[in-house]
Ligand binder design. Structure first.
Ligand SMILES: Nc1ncnc2c1ncn2[C@@H]1O[C@H](COP(=O)(O)OP(=O)(O)O)[C@@H](O)[C@H]1O
Ligand SMILES: [Mg+2]
Length: 313
């Protein structure tokens, strides 16, 4: 089943074309590496699929009820928010459910017997959802991820506006991972992580049961976590099954085939040009010869000394 379907995507900025009729499909559980040279349009692609940017043409379709998590570098972190409160906000929807559950409990006392059954059933469903999504171990979960990304050492009560740019990115990444979306979109996450945090993120992504699209220039990292590569080049997006090394292998073969085909085509073009040139010359000399012949005929002179033999006829 496809989670995300992009068809006939075309986009440009002014007269700079970025995508030309690109199609893309993301299936459940796929771990995708999105690669390509700087400026090819990887971040633009993320902005288009998350709806931040409207493409010039094309269709972007998400499956119903898909929760998408995007590490937005411009997320607002305001004064008064602590590392802990930001991380816990990953579970905001569960806190709302709990609130809902408490309200039902309050009303239970005055409920009619026939209403009571329905209310008890609803309570059961909410309780199951809370348990299934680790609601009762949120503190432990928050601590686990905060420790893994080196945030625990800063102190969970630290105001987020006092953090450095790199530390803020870690907080946003930690929150995103705690949300555990159906699809995780990561744009160069290793840029602001130290080696030990990269190692932890690597293991985390290897075990991630949901899908993700990862933009990264860190090749060993990509090799360890992805099983599909999408390569962006010349306004195209090509899919390769396997890790980054596998992609490189197939891409090199494809590139040398294309180059050989190009060289062959150039050779054919030059041979054709040569042929045309030679025949043009032949036609020209023949015409020249014929006109000379005519001239000769007119003058009653049939000797080769008039130049026809020099023209090679
Ligand atoms: N909002 C924008 N307005 C104009 N040009 C843009 C905008 N965003 C990106 N670009 C240009 O589009 C190209 C692709 O950018 P980007 O998607 O950031 O590439 P990548 O992430 O692959 O390095 C670059 O040439 C960039 O300068
Ligand atoms: Mg980018």
């Amino acid at each position: 089943m496809s989670i995300l379907n992009v068809e006939h995507l075309t986009h440009g900025f002014g007269d700079r074309a970025i995508f030309n009729d690109v199609s893309f499909r993301l299936l459940k559980g796929e771990h995708i590496g999105l690669v390509g040279a700087n400026g090819e349009g990887k971040s633009t692609f993320m902005n288009i699929v998350t709806g931040k940017l409207m493409p010039d043409e094309g269709k972007v379709e998400w499956a119903k009820n898909v929760r998408v998590g995007y590490l937005d570098q411009h997320s607002t972190l305001t004064k008064g928010m602590t590392i802990e409160s930001v991380l816990k906000s990953a579970f905001a929807w569960l806190f709302e459910l709990e609130e809902n559950m408490n309200q039902i409990c309050d009303r239970l006392g005055e409920a009619e017997p026939d209403e009571m059954d329905a209310m008890m059933e609803e309570l059961g469903v909410i309780q199951d959802t809370l348990t299934m999504h680790d609601f009762y171990i949120i503190d432990a979960k928050v601590e686990e991820v905060a420790r893994a990304l080196g945030l625990l050492d800063l102190g969970l009560s630290h105001d987020v506006t006092d953090l450095s740019g790199g530390q803020r990115m870690k907080v946003l990444l930690a929150k995103l991972l705690l949300e555990k979306p159906d699809i995780l979109l990561l744009d160069e996450p290793t840029n602001y992580l130290d080696a030990e945090h990269i190692a932890w993120l690597k293991r985390y992504l290897q075990e991630y049961e949901n899908a993700f699209i990862l933009i990264s220039h860190d090749i060993p990292f990509l090799n360890d976590v992805v099983n599909i590569i999408y390569h962006m080049e010349n306004q195209r997006l090509d899919r390769y099954v396997g890790d980054y090394d596998k992609f490189q292998e197939v891409y090199e073969v494809k590139k040398s085939q294309l180059e050989a085909a190009y060289r062959k085509q150039q050779q054919e073009i030059s041979e054709l040009k040569d042929f045309v040139a030679r025949n043009k010359a032949r036609v020209a000399t023949r015409n020249m010869a014929m006109s000379r012949q005519k001239k000769l005929d007119k003058n009653g002179c049939h000797r080769a000394c008039c130049g026809a033999s020099e023209a090679g006829i």
